[in-house]
Design a protein around this ligand. Structure first.
Ligand code: SF4
Ligand code: SF4
Length: 305
């Protein structure tokens, strides 16, 4: 199958990178992942212990899969929401939920691959199945998993989403990316919650991103004074990463923050009504946490330390 034409089409569709790997079990992380599950390091995200064999071997997800295709989509914003007199939202959540755009892009890429071979079998994943996207992004040469546990590309930084296609076609694999953190420890030192005290191993229950998005419980008292005005997600370990000085602004209109979101300031957040919440965040990832949970995050930042 013509790899160059697939890459060309992926870039035309708005993806910033496209890489390929042989669909073989992820032996290099089997031990790490088994410990992760056995020690229940997934905090409240129980889904991470389900389908463990499939996560380590995509042939169990799509029997007969020969190649994993990994794509990246840049989300580094051209405009940052001002942080002065404000609460802070993670950059990935400024605009429309990325799942839609990534899924549309992967469906279009699948359609193109079918024009090369109508009999091809394909399955697309965007945070949607038992696929370890970051490990595959590394295998596909897109980037390496840094000490902050995120995938970093030497030229692009780490502000990108990852999507996966499995196919039954043989396509020449790329070289897996190697690790380029070296002696750097900026992310581990900068993490306000101590969630990266062990490099490459996120302490999920301490991570502000987990605490303000995924966790169903309120932010624990002892971590409230670590939030640093963050009310949805946390980009600190990416902001300090030296490779992100290479991040280029995306050109995806739907990822842009609404004008009304750009104008929000601390006093507006404190008096936010449910109607205003829906108006600000309809169609964005933030909407999924719900108004009540979002207000809890704002209140957690108001707790005196
Ligand atoms: S997202 Fe924030 S809290 Fe989580 S590891 Fe990175 S710096 Fe620490
Ligand atoms: S800040 Fe340094 S150690 Fe952390 S992920 Fe980036 S390069 Fe690696």
């Amino acid at each position: 199958m013509d790899k160059a034409s697939i890459i060309k089409r992926a870039l035309e569709l708005g993806f910033s990178r496209c890489g390929f790997a042989r669909c073989e079990p992820l032996e290099e992380i089997r031990g790490f992942y088994s410990d992760f599950v056995t020690e229940k390091r997934f905090a409240g995200m129980q889904y991470m212990e389900r389908y463990a064999p499939q996560r380590l071997d995509p042939d169990l997800v799509m029997p007969g899969a020969k190649t994993v295709i990994s794509v990246a989509m840049n989300y580094f914003p051209p405009v940052l929401i001002p942080d002065e007199d404000n609460y802070i939202i993670a950059k990935y959540a400024y605009g429309r939920d990325y799942h839609h755009l990534m899924r549309e892009g992967l469906d279009s890429l699948s359609g193109f691959i079918r024009t090369l071979n109508p009999a091809v079998r394909l399955r697309a994943f965007v945070d949607s199945g038992p696929i370890l996207e970051k490990a595959w992004a590394q295998r596909c040469g897109i980037g390496w998993q840094g000490k902050n546990t995120l995938v970093i590309n030497k030229s692009d930084g780490s502000f990108f989403f990852i999507g996966i296609l499995l196919t039954d076609q043989e396509i020449e694999p790329d070289e897996p990316e190697t690790e380029h953190c070296g002696d750097c420890d900026r992310c581990t030192r900068a993490c306000p919650a101590g969630a990266l005290d062990v490099p490459w191993q996120l302490d999920i229950p301490r991570c502000i991103s987990y605490l303000t998005i995924e966790s169903r419980a309120e932010v624990p008292e002892d971590l409230k004074n670590r939030l640093g005005d963050r009310i949805y997600g946390c980009d600190i370990c990416q902001d300090v990463c030296p490779y992100n000085r290479f991040a280029r602004a995306h050109d995806v209109t739907t990822f842009l923050p609404k004008e009304e979101l750009l104008k929000m300031r601390r006093k507006d957040w404190i008096s936010l009504t449910e109607t205003e919440f829906v108006s600000l965040f309809d169609g964005t990832p933030v909407k999924r946490v719900g108004y009540n949970r979002f207000i809890q995050n704002i209140r957690a930042n108001q707790t005196p330390s």
